[in-house]
Design a protein around this ligand. Structure first.
Ligand SMILES: CC(=O)[C@@H](O)[C@H](O)COP(=O)(O)O
Ligand SMILES: NCC(=O)COP(=O)(O)O
Length: 237
């Protein structure tokens, strides 16, 4: 079974736009779980432009499925994760000023750092996943630093899918086989959507989990607007 972890960053983005508490991220996470989501993902960034560190503390108290916290493991992030004790932490090497995650780890160059951070999380019983580009070397490096899983960075797949889906998925297929042979679990995420997820899920073997946020929340708007507009019209009639 491939688990769906819903990234709720975009719900927090909407909340922050008004400065109040609508939509409420904790209620949204609870609803998502009740609708069948098998996990909740957050990616707090240093500027807290969407999920805030305080949200993570609140979410920790209510999430009943798998909580996955993603981010660049600076000291503040490490402290947050050790305090929250989620089921999984996903290490992402993003710079402070990036719009969204734009690259996976160089698991060879950052070998010593990753080893140290991963062993600390594992000592606290937190499963570790390392965000990587679809490169065999980076997968091998992730196994060497002791990661439990890799998260395949799927932006290139999502972009390539539109033109040539077989070509776009080929490197991911090789990486999934390599990861499996090295004993790594396999997650995937970034820019996955209702349009491209089915082919990915059917083609990539041994896939454990996908985390999806931006497209899923956008699709929820497309699909939900009709219901809500009709509800307003009813109140006004
Ligand atoms: C790690 C990853 O793939 C990202 O998609 C990320 O979790 C989303 O972060 P933003 O919501 O900040 O774009
Ligand atoms: N790890 C990827 C994630 O959580 C969601 O990415 P996106 O769907 O918002 O691009």
């Amino acid at each position: 079974m491939i688990r769906l972890s819903v990234n709720i960053n975009k719900i927090a983005t909407l909340r922050n736009a008004r400065g109040g508490d609508t939509p409420n991220v904790v209620e949204s996470a609870k609803n998502l779980e009740s609708f069948g989501a098998q996990g909740i993902t957050v990616h707090p960034r240093p500027d807290e432009r969407h999920i805030r560190y305080a949200d993570v503390n609140e979410l920790t108290k209510v999430i009943k499925t798998e909580f996955n916290i993603e981010g660049n493991p600076n000291q503040k992030f490490i402290a947050l994760v050790l305090d929250a004790k989620p089921a999984q932490v996903t290490l992402v090497p993003d710079g402070e000023d990036v719009l969204t995650s734009n690259a996976g780890w160089d698991t060879i160059k950052h070998k010593d750092f990753l080893k140290e951070v991963i062993s600390e999380f594992k000592a606290h019983g937190i499963r570790t996943s390392v965000f990587v580009d679809p490169s065999l070397q980076m997968i091998q490096g992730a196994a060497e630093v002791g990661a439990d899983r890799v998260e395949l960075f799927t932006e290139a797949y999502a972009q390539g899918y539109i033109k040539d889906k077989e070509k776009a998925i080929a490197p991911y297929l090789k990486c999934a086989e390599e990861a499996k042979s090295l004993g790594l679990g396999i997650n995937a995420g970034h820019d996955l959507s209702l349009e491209n997820i089915e082919y990915f899920a059917q083609t990539i073997p041994f896939l454990d989990e996908v985390s999806i946020g931006h497209a899923l929340i956008s699709e929820a708007l497309y699909d939900g607007l009709e219901v809500v507009v009709k509800s307003y019209l009813k109140k006004l009639s």
